[in-house]
Design a protein around this ligand. Structure first.
Ligand code: PAF
Length: 274
């Protein structure tokens, strides 16, 4: 696997390929990311991953400064997974000037749920992903369903800008107890790690209750109450339409339960399709 740090080197390395398959990441890779690489590999003639911790998607009080930077480890894992090229730019390469041009997603999709609790998050994500896509010019890009709203925002971006990129969704990878794999799980203490599975259990219960025909409002409140009683601080536990993440309006719509909650100092998100 080659590692490149500049856009010029990246373009040079990719010049002889026609169908790059791309996995963008912020590093600190776990099995969830590696599954994205495995999924990407057969879809292109070269597999490219990026590792870049994107300042634009962090709020001032969030963990940008402490977000683990583990490039050597990441490179080893990517190489073992069969990745061909790693693009690991530094901040001066990606943002040589302050990034004043931004990609601002539709508020109806991006200012709810994660966007409500992390204002500007999806503008930061869309801007960096647009830039990474311009750098790599992939034929296919793979994103995890754990960040379900992110996947929807980015799909809409690619569609509305007519980018010739196939967006592939990868299933959430889970630990043996059911906890969704996430770089932020590394922040959990041993006892928090034991408790953390309760988020996915609550979402599974919500999905079950939807299938049993219970009222959405009751389901959501019950999930919030359970987590609060266990010491969590939920931001939202909600049932939405898969099509647009709005509240369900009628019978027969494909639905999804989504949740975000803080356990100690760690904020976790997860979702379950109903
Ligand atoms: O999901 C992530 O890791 C990030 O939001 C992404 C898509 C790499 C953009 O920084």
């Amino acid at each position: 696997m080659h590692i490149v740090h500049t856009i010029a080197e990246l373009r040079e390395r990719l010049s002889s390929f026609r169908r790059p398959a791309f996995v963008p990441t912020m590093g600190n890779l776990h099995e969830g990311h590696i599954a994205l690489v495995h999924q990407a590999k057969p879809l292109g003639d070269v597999t490219v991953a990026s590792v870049f911790v994107n300042r634009l998607q962090f709020l001032p009080h969030e963990d940008f400064d402490t977000y683990p930077r583990t490039l050597q480890d990441d490179a080893q894992k990517l190489q073992a997974a069969g990745c061909d090229l790693l693009f690991a730019p530094n901040e001066r390469e990606m943002y040589p000037q302050p990034q004043t041009f931004k990609v601002v997603p539709d508020a109806a999709l991006a200012d709810i749920l994660e966007g409500q609790f992390r204002p500007g998050f999806f503008t930061g994500v869309s801007t960096v992903v647009m830039k990474l896509l311009q750098c790599v010019q992939p034929h296919v890009a793979v994103f995890g369903k754990k960040d379900y709203q992110q996947l929807m925002v980015l799909r809409q971006m690619v569609r509305q800008f007519a980018l010739p990129i196939e967006m592939v969704a990868a299933e959430t990878q889970r630990a043996a107890d059911g906890l969704a794999l996430s770089s932020r799980n590394g922040y959990l203490t041993a006892s928090e790690r034991q408790e953390a599975v309760q988020l996915s259990l609550a979402l599974a219960r919500m999905a079950e209750q939807v299938r049993a025909g219970e009222t959405t409002g009751d389901i959501e409140q019950a999930a919030i109450d359970v987590l609060r009683r266990r010491g969590w601080q939920p931001d939202y536990m909600t049932v939405r339409r898969r099509a647009d993440l709005r509240a369900p309006a009628g019978a027969g719509e494909p639905l999804i339960a989504l949740g975000a909650a803080r356990l100690g100092r760690t904020r976790l998100i997860d979702n379950m399709e109903v």
